[in-house]
Ligand binder design. Structure first.
Ligand code: GLU
Length: 465
């Protein structure tokens, strides 16, 4: 059976490098296996979920190239959750509770003071019909808890009860259901909580693999019991490690700066972002990838490290630069044209100038838009930096006649060397400064024909142009 996976963000904020890693791993797994990738918007929290965030999530995923087979929204499925809740009530696994937050808080504090784990004591489970009737008469509305299977039949005292699964990333895993509180599945206002809605959806959508962050490991223990209580087979689970910053701290505090939108606005390439999200914290090197398919072919759960992945924005920027270096002209031609590269009067219509320009500068840019400043260098106005005027005077006199090609630079500098006995950096650096107005940059052998004789001569004479 082909896998069916889902990425289930809550539309309560922007996607960032941490949660996009979950999306990427799911998407690549589906791609590699011919499976289906579903976008599920976990929008049961009506107060914090917004349409604007839902739109932003779709926009970010589309920009990254992570298309989804279909979209599901939890807010449209409340009847399904109500029906599933009725089944759990009928089997005695969902029971009404009447404690207020304050009461629960006081109880937790008392338990902690006595050195006991602060788990729910199942007091509401012990109420009889008359107790319940009088509480309801006070106007209290119940919330509903899932009764974990962790006690002997006929008793409520939790006992150590291991829920185990073979995690596709972490191997054999265990959670002790005896150390957990019965989770609230339905709030006092009747709305269902994520722990529950997620399981109902995973069952109804036929999800085969739940791939998510390791912050959900404990949930998985509870959710496996829920799958079983609803008469379903639990899917496979895989919990990937979370990302930390270069200082070893959790990323969460700086996530605003690490949003996918922020990366887009910073001019990063989507494929570099996806490659970074997929490869960081794995046994593969973080490296430029030619396509999402190439990345999918490499993807394997066994390669994901259990240790936290270290995310450094500088590393992503470096990967972006390396990625640009791998791109052939055809892959960027349209975008270069939009950036104003090409189309100089007298240019060959086949884009020869733009192609040569791209091949010259692609190793010297951090983001694609950086080509603009190099386009200025070859075709715009540059303030030459004049050092060694005597040397530059000779260079001007020896400047070859056009047509120029990539051999011109070598011929020219050999002639200057012969006449001045200047060589190496002492020769090349003053030429670079005067021709480009910059300390460093692309290979001058490639830049020189793009600059052309007229501009080169003006700059050698110290004139801007
Ligand atoms: N909405 C949940 C989250 O963002 C989904 C977790 C899951 O994949 O089950 O944490």
């Amino acid at each position: 059976m082909a896998p069916i996976v889902r990425f289930a963000p809550s539309p309560t904020g922007r996607l960032h490098i941490g949660n996009i890693r979950t999306a990427v791993l799911n998407w690549l797994f589906a791609r590699k296996t011919g499976g289906t990738f579903i976008l599920r918007l976990d929008d049961t929290d009506q107060e914090r979920s917004t349409e604007a965030f839902a739109d932003a999530i779709r926009r970010d995923l589309a920009w990254l190239g992570l298309e989804w087979a279909r979209e599901e929204r939890q807010s449209a499925r409340s009847d399904r959750y109500a029906a599933a809740a009725e089944r759990l009530k009928a089997s005695g696994r969902l029971y009404p509770c009447y404690e207020t937050e304050d009461e629960l808080d006081r109880r937790r504090k008392r338990q902690l003071a006595l050195g006991r784990p602060p788990i729910y004591d199942r007091a509401s489970l012990k109420l009889n019909d008359a107790d319940r009737a009088s509480i309801v008469a006070e106007g209290r509305r119940p919330h509903w808890r899932f009764r974990l299977a962790n006690a002997e039949p006929g008793t409520t005292e939790p006992l150590p009860t291991m829920v185990s699964w073979n995690d596709c990333i972490r191997g054999d895993q265990m959670v002790d259901a005896g150390s957990l509180s019965d989770p609230v599945l339905i709030r006092g206002d009747g709305t269902a909580l994520y722990t529950f809605t997620s399981v109902v959806d995973d069952l109804e959508f036929g999800i085969t693999h739940v791939i998510r962050g390791e912050d959900h490991v404990t949930n998985t223990g509870v959710q496996i019991q829920l799958f079983e209580a609803l008469g379903g087979e639990p899917p496979m689970f895989g919990h990937h490690s979370l990302l930390i910053g270069p200082d070893g701290q959790a990323l969460s505090k700086r996530l605003g700066a690490l949003s996918i939108e922020g990366f887009r606005e910073a001019g990063l390439e989507p494929l570099a972002v996806v490659a970074h999200a997929a490869l960081v914290g794995t046994s593969d090197a973080v490296q430029p990838m030619s396509s999402l398919d190439a990345l999918a072919a490499m993807m394997a759960f066994e390669k994901i490290s259990m240790a936290p992945g270290r995310f450094d924005i500088e590393e992503l920027r470096a990967l972006n630069a390396r990625h640009l270096l791998t791109l052939p002209y055809a892959a960027v031609a349209d975008r270069l044209a939009e950036l104003g590269v090409g189309g100089r009067p007298g240019d060959a219509r086949d884009g020869t100038t733009a192609r040569r320009f791209w091949e010259a500068v692609r190793g010297n840019i951090g983001i694609l838009a950086d080509v603009r400043s190099w386009w200025e260098v070859v075709g715009g106005n540059v303030a030459p930096i004049v050092e060694e005027p005597a040397l530059l005077a000779v260079a001007l006199r020896l400047l070859p006649h056009e047509p120029w090609d990539e051999a011109t630079w070598g011929q020219w500098t050999t002639a200057i060397k012969a006449e001045t006995s200047t060589k190496g950096r002492a020769l090349f650096h003053p030429l670079r400064l005067v021709l480009t107005g910059r300390e460093s940059g692309p290979d001058l052998k490639m830049l020189l024909p793009l600059i052309g004789r007229k501009r080169a001569a003006a700059r050698l004479a110290g004139q801007s142009g």
